[in-house]
Every structure is written in structure tokens, then in C-alpha cells.
Design a binder for this molecule. Structure first.
Ligand SMILES: *Cc1c(COP(=O)(O)O)cnc(C)c1O
Length: 360
């Protein structure tokens, strides 16, 4: 059969998602499970978003608004940009695909880090584009090394800032230094999926750079806004770049309930504050608890922590599963002795530490 399939597809290592929570419960006969594997919001979705969904359920017979009129208008006001600076997507995953389709020719290449969000590589390959991956340096994007890899055929660079799965970030100084030397015909995508959790002063907010003609910023409602299951994200770019991306997307790429929920969630400032507070307090607790156990971790500015478990991370992941705690092993990322844990509620964090202690 393989001869029927495009070579790009045959050669892809697929993204491995976890089994459904209900299935794991059944398999291990567990009463309660906590999932700290996908960096989701532990508080659930905002109440405002849920109310908006309920109120609009009876309208799903209609196609969604292709223009994203209300959501773009509200986002534009909130971010102090024009609606024409915004492109909406079925999660930022889809926007990564749209960006590649819009800007990267068949014979051009894409650069990113070797240990970062897996979708950059997978979606590049699905589209038959060559991707060059540059090793991290001390768990951080190595911008100097990336600079050296930029060639005549380079069109796009993906930087996850903060980076997933390491939680590290590129500083404002490093970013601006990198931008100074970036050729005008190379696009830089800053993926800011975790921007709500930043607690440092020298973070380069991508929004401030979208008037540069070659910067695109990716944002999502999946993490801090608690809407991962609805699939909605957006990107910010110059009006010119955004207009080309609009041409490349499908007309109804974002579903109606996602529009409605995201628009409502934007008004729920209280929920966002509470989410941030929960994560930052949870981070303090986990840092402290891990240090007391003598376990090494990578300091994070996101809602997850990369932890060095000192032995095969897959086996640690599997053993924790039996106690009803789902974390992420780092096998696919090439970090053998690590796990990544999403910061949860106070109770979840305590249970995670208890089980980790037992397993190690
Ligand atoms: C979670 C995550 C996203 C979000 O993807 P969606 O498709 O919007 O759910 C994007 N980028 C990174 C680096 C992430 O970790």
C-alpha cells in the first residue's frame, strides 16, 4: 500500500496523544484520575464561556461567521490592534499549517529547535517542506546557532516562547539582537501559547513587534482560557501578511461555539487572574517540594515543569499512571530521563508530589 502514499507522509513519526481519561480509569480500575499531561487549565473553562455556549447551542444549524467579526473586534480592542491584524484558526495547530501553506515554497526550508513543540516538524513534513532543527543550549533556544543555519532557501523560523516542553524563554535582549540580523525575506513566528503565565520582566511580548513586516505571533485559547477542547487560536501579524493568510484558510475553519466561547472568555478577566494566580502559587509549591526531595527541574515561565527523574522517564510515567496521575514522558522529545508535569490545582500538585515520591 505504501506506494499509494506521498513519501512525506510515510516518513512522519506521528504525534502520540494520551488515551482518554475514562479508558485509563477502566484499565487500572482507578476511582480518581488527575491529568497533568497537556498543559490544560486545571480550573476548567470560564463560567462566562460555558454560559455563552449554552445560550447559543440552538444556533449550530447555521454556519459560523466566516469573518470572525465579533471575536476579531473584541480581540482588536483588547490588544489595541486592528481586526485586520488578526487571523483566527482551529487552534494554533491549524495556524501553523496555514502559515506554512501561505509562505513557504516547495524548495524552501523552515528552522526551529530540536526539542520544541512537535507540531512545527510534523506539519512542515505533511506539507513536504524541509525542516532544519537546531539543538537547544542549556534547555533554551540557541538563537546564535539558528542564525548560522539561515540560508538562501530559509523562509520561516518557529520560536516557541516560552518553549514547550522546557518552559524556558528567549529574553528581550536576545530576541532583539536576533531580529537585527534577520534577513527581511525570512519570517519569524513567535508562538506565545503560554503568555499568561510569564512572571519575568525581560520577556519580549510579540505584540510589540508585529509592525515589523516579518513577525507573526501565535496565540491560543487552549491554555489559560481553558478552551482546548473547542479548538481556537489566533495569530497577529501586519495587515498585509494577515490578508494572505486569510486567502489560504478554509472559510469556516473556526466552529461557531468556539467563536462564542472565546468572545465571552475574553471578558472574564477574573477567571484569567485566578488561573494565573493558581499556576504561580502551584509553581512555588512544586519548586519547593521538588527541591526538598532533591529532584532537579528546569525553571519555567509556563504552566508546566520539565523534571529530571534521574531514570527512564517512560517507566516513571507508567508507574505514576497506576496511581492515577497522568504526566507526560519525554520520549518523543528525546529527553529520556525527564517527565513534564502540568501545574494543577493545589490538591492535584500535592497528589502529584506524593505519587512521584512513591514511584522514585
Ligand atoms: C499547547 C500549545 C499550543 C496550542 O495549540 P492549539 O492548537 O491552539 O491547542 C501552541 N503552541 C505550543 C508551543 C503549545 O504548547
Amino acid at each position: 500500500m505504501e506506494e499509494l502514499v506521498r513519501k512525506n507522509i510515510v516518513n512522519i513519526t506521528p504525534y502520540i496523544a494520551g488515551k482518554p481519561i475514562e479508558e485509563i480509569k477502566r484499565q487500572w480500575a482507578l476511582k480518581e484520575i488527575i491529568k497533568l499531561a497537556s498543559n490544560e487549565n486545571p480550573l476548567g473553562p470560564s463560567l462566562k464561556a460555558m454560559e455563552a455556549i449554552k445560550k447559543n447551542l440552538s444556533k449550530v444549524n447555521r454556519y459560523p461567521d466566516s469573518l470572525g467579526f465579533y471575536l476579531k473586534k473584541k480581540l482588536a480592542r483588547y490588544l489595541n490592534v486592528k481586526p485586520a491584524n488578526i487571523v483566527l484558526g482551529n487552534g494554533s495547530d491549524e495556524l501553523i499549517d496555514i502559515i506554512i501553506k501561505t509562505f513557504v515554497e516547495d524548495d524552501e526550508n523552515i528552522i526551529t529547535a530540536d526539542t520544541t513543540f512537535l507540531e512545527y516538524e510534523i506539519i512542515s513534513k505533511v506539507n513536504g517542506r524541509r525542516i532544519i532543527t537546531v539543538p537547544l543550549r542549556y534547555f533554551k533556544y540557541d538563537l546564535e546557532a539558528i542564525k548560522k543555519k539561515i540560508g538562501k532557501k530559509t523562509k520561516l523560523i518557529f520560536i516557541a516562547n516560552p518553549n514547550n516542553p522546557t518552559g524556558t524563554y528567549v529574553t528581550k535582549y536576545e530576541f532583539e539582537d536576533f531580529m537585527r540580523d534577520l534577513p527581511a525575506n525570512v519570517l519569524l513566528v513567535l508562538d506565545e501559547a503560554y503568555d499568561t503565565f510569564i512572571d519575568v520582566d525581560d520577556f519580549p511580548a510579540g505584540l510589540n513587534y508585529i509592525n515589523n513586516k516579518n513577525v507573526i505571533v501565535l496565540k491560543t485559547f487552549s491554555k489559560a482560557y481553558g478552551l482546548a477542547g473547542l479548538r481556537i487560536g489566533y495569530c497577529l501579524a501586519s495587515q498585509k501578511l494577515a490578508s494572505y493568510m486569510e486567502k489560504a484558510r478554509q472559510p469556516f475553519n473556526v466552529n461557531f461555539l468556539a467563536h462564542v466561547a472565546a468572545t465571552a472568555a475574553l471578558d472574564d478577566k477574573k477567571f484569567l487572574r485566578k488561573t494565573r494566580k493558581t499556576i504561580l502559587a502551584g509553581k512555588d509549591y512544586l519548586y519547593d517540594a521538588l527541591s526538598k526531595l532533591g529532584i532537579v527541574y528546569v525553571p519555567t515561565v509556563a504552566n508546566f515543569i520539565l523534571i529530571d527523574v534521574g531514570r527512564d522517564g517512560v517507566s516513571v510515567f507508567k508507574e505514576m499512571l497506576k496511581y492515577g496521575v497522568i504526566v507526560r514522558d519525554m520520549d518523543q522529545y528525546g529527553l529520556k530521563n525527564f517527565i513534564r508535569v502540568t501545574i494543577g490545582t493545589e490538591k492535584e500538585n500535592e497528589r502529584f508530589i506524593k505519587v512521584l515520591k512513591k514511584v522514585l
